[in-house]
Design a protein around this ligand. Structure first.
Ligand code: MN
Ligand code: MN
Length: 463
């Protein structure tokens, strides 16, 4: 046997999709048009839930109704407080044979407003944020921001806000120093380039002038509040009843002359949310009942009752089991879950934080992450060989391009996903998702071929 033949038989290397399957480029290109649209429509978890429900109802899903006896192929969804969503397609075998679960998250790092955010300083009106999730604060200065969220009024009415997204709408911004005066700031550690309390968001600079020549203390703040009141009928006190998220105002774009990448805010983890949704919608008559989970609060530890460290998914599994006369414990024990989340794509500019043989790469397909965590795999789910075997074989049998990936080299850092919370329900789970460049930045990059192959992986998993 020649060395080349033996090499082919015994050794393994992940191929570059565009080299091995160039025909996928057009398919990926077309698939990502819908993906970019989803990113533009859903910049908060609430907006993602709304957009997803519109997609699901269009595809024949109905809100779960415990009085209906569901048949194979029936499609339902559960809306958890407008901030998390679960969709299911009933399988031809009962739940006790196991569910095919797939959990992505729809919250992304951002600047949340504090409960008392409005202030004036030096004749400028500002909003004060408290950042949400792991951001690199210095990246958020001089980025055009849009205002998204809800405000509760005294009468209980919830007012929805989206400002800065449509052509011609005003946007908002955090300032940074000019280089000429930045000598002291330049000497700071990068993590303190912009400090948490320096992320003040400009919302106005014109004072309110009364009818007489009256003097009030903060006329610019008053003017900003007047404009908000005219638009939304709110007063300053209403901010205490609000959830307002300041997010990058720009739209998703093609990156590169070859248009091979999508650049956008919030791809972690709406990329897995979109591909999972699309796969569930495309699944017509699955063997196992599917469960597509779009969770909130992953970026702050899956806390709260819309995050996966709560029992809401368990309760949904109980709904399904009650409806199908199945045992919940057996169902969970036999279920498999993909914890669908992004991983760090190898970045040649910052090569030293990766271990090259175990990093994920753009254009090599979806990334299967056996373990996350930090130091000695601390905080990791660490999927079993049996679970890896199941998922890898499924992908191989269905021609899905996939790769493995660690979140950086040993002891460089680390992170976690929803995987460990799913495992707490006694479900086999492994992380799978899309490699991302500049993860958690206001503008993240993903390869269209990887997005498309993640969709293909989910279709193979569900079918
Ligand atoms: Mn994520
Ligand atoms: Mn994240």
């Amino acid at each position: 046997m020649s060395a080349k033949e033996l090499q082919k038989e015994l050794l393994w290397e992940t191929p570059h999709i565009a080299k091995e399957a160039p025909e996928q480029r057009a398919e990926a290109e077309a698939f990502c048009e819908g993906y970019k649209d989803f990113l533009n429509k859903g910049k908060t978890e609430r907006e993602c839930v709304k957009t997803a429900i519109a997609m699901l109802t269009g595809a024949g899903y109905r809100e779960f109704d415990e009085t209906v006896s569901y048949q194979p192929g029936d499609k339902v969804y559960w809306n958890n407080r407008g901030k998390a969503l679960v969709a299911a397609t009933f399988g031809t075998v009962g739940p006790e044979e196991g569910l095919r679960m797939n959990g992505a998250h729809i919250d992304s790092p951002r600047l949340d407003l504090k409960p008392n955010p409005l202030f004036e300083k030096g004749d400028i009106a500002y909003l004060k944020p408290h950042y949400y999730g792991g951001i690199r604060k210095y990246q958020w200065g001089t980025v055009p921001l849009a205002m998204h969220g809800v405000i509760g009024k005294k009468n209980g009415e919830i007012v929805e806000i989206t400002l800065g997204e449509n052509e011609g709408e005003p946007q908002f911004c955090v300032t940074d120093l000019l280089p000429h005066l930045a000598a002291d700031q330049n000497a700071r550690k990068l993590g303190e380039g912009l400090k948490g309390e320096e992320l003040n968001i400009i919302i106005g600079s014109i004072p309110y002038m009364g009818e007489e020549d009256e003097k009030i203390k903060e006329p610019v703040k008053l003017m900003a509040m007047k404009l908000l009141n005219e638009k939304y009928g709110i007063t300053e006190k209403d901010f205490t009843r609000a959830e307002i998220e300041m997010v990058p105002a720009y739209k998703a774009a093609d990156i590169g002359l070859d248009r091979s990448l999508v650049g956008a805010y919030g791809q972690d983890d709406r990329v897995c949310a979109y591909t999972a949704l699309m796969a569930d919608m495309a699944t017509k008559s699955p063997v196992h009942t599917t469960l597509t989970i779009l969770a909130d609060k992953e970026e702050i530890g899956s806390t709260g009752n819309t995050g996966l460290d709560s029992s809401f998914v368990l309760h949904i599994v109980e709904d399904i089991c009650a409806n199908q006369n199945a045992n919940v414990r057996k169902t969970l024990r036999n279920s498999v879950c993909l914890s669908s989340d992004v991983n760090a794509a190898y970045d040649p500019t910052f090569a030293s934080v990766y271990e090259e043989r175990n990093a994920s790469y753009i254009n090599k397909g979806c990334v299967l992450t056996k373990y996350t965590g930090s130091r000695g795999k601390s905080g990791s789910n660490d999927a079993s060989a049996e679970t890896m075997t199941k998922v890898i074989n499924l992908m191989d049998e269905n021609g899905v391009y996939w790769q493995t990936g660690e979140l950086g080299a040993v002891d460089v850092g680390g992170g976690g996903t929803i995987a460990k919370f799913v495992a707490e329900m006694d479900v086999d789970v492994v992380d799978l998702g899309v490699p991302i460049l500049s993860m958690h930045a206001p503008f993240e990059l993903a390869s269209k071929l990887d997005v498309y192959n993640t969709y293909k992986a989910f279709c193979a998993f569900y079918k």
